[in-house]
Design a binder for this molecule. Structure first.
Ligand code: SAM
Length: 258
């Protein structure tokens, strides 16, 4: 079966970019099954209400847990003759979640490659979703795990952009999606938390801005050493907190630290 990820949102149109570029090709090529659902389809009242005032008072509105639980369960019967019985990984974007990292994206891509697992992303809006939803989902027999994840320490208006970011990071790691799987292997964060080296293309001399000569040398070993050094140097300069997590710290001797 094809890896499947569903998105539930009150703004399905926000997910229109899923038809473009690499994600669009992966979808039409049958490498991934991405579906978008309107949360309001699971409301039962005339006004299609998904939110209500917070208990305890305060600003803003909170999304109702009952509507959300129905919407997540309903993804199993979306247009299919028989319900999809795969176990669910429910992904909930929230600033209080686990930071989205390459390791997490890889973990999900591996998980979704299994035939008995699919994922649902629950995009919150307003002040977020009633806090009872996540523990209640964890008790459901059809739920394998629930992961709350964050794009970073800032506040978005809704989970849709976080869903798109997660899908971009995960889908490109699924089998067959990238034409050249080596491009994944060489990227930032893939093996370890190191940033990628700088990259260059033609023209070699662009209005007096020259490409580092080593890259034109044809000496593959020298190029590889230079790139490794650039990666380490960048990491030390731009993300010193990542260096603490590096194995083989002696390699950093290569980099002349300021
Ligand atoms: N009151 C919430 C708080 O302070 O944690 C913020 C709610 S935010 C306005 C509405 C929705 O946007 C959240 O429920 C979540 O789905 C999404 N969101 C906001 N910031 C996010 C972030 N950094 N990472 C992931 N999702 C985020």
């Amino acid at each position: 079966s094809v890896p499947r990820l569903d998105v539930v949102t009150i703004f399905p149109d926000y997910l229109a970019p899923l038809d473009l570029s690499l994600l669009g090709k992966a979808r039409t090529g049958g490498l991934v099954d991405l579906r978008v659902h309107d949360l309001r389809a699971q409301t039962t009242d005339r006004h299609r209400t998904v939110d209500d005032a917070p208990f305890g008072g305060g600003a803003g509105m909170v999304m109702r847990p009952d509507v959300w639980e129905r919407a997540i369960a309903a993804t199993a019967v979306d247009g299919d003759a028989s319900p999809d019985e795969r176990e669910l990984v429910v992904l909930v974007p929230t600033p209080s979640g686990r930071p989205l990292t390459q390791a997490f994206a890889q973990e999900l891509a591996d998980e979704l490659a299994a035939p008995d697992v699919r994922a649902v992303i629950a995009c919150g809006r307003y002040e977020g979703i009633d806090a009872r939803l996540v523990p209640a989902l964890r008790e459901r027999a059809d739920v394998r795990r629930v992961v709350e994840f964050s794009l970073g320490d800032f506040v978005l208006n809704g989970g849709e952009v976080a869903a798109l970011a997660l899908l971009e990071a995960v889908v490109r790691l699924l089998p067959g999606v990238l034409g050249n799987p080596d491009s994944v292997v060489e990227e930032s964060f893939t093996h370890e938390a190191v940033l990628e080296y700088p990259v260059y293309t033609r023209p070699a001399d662009w209005d007096g801005h020259e490409v580092p000569p080593v890259l034109l040398s044809g000496d593959h070993a020298r190029v590889a050493r230079w790139r490794r050094e650039q990666s380490l140097r960048r990491t030390v300069e731009r993300r010193p907190e990542l260096v603490a997590r590096l194995d083989g710290l002696d390699e950093l001797d290569v980099v002349t630290l300021a």
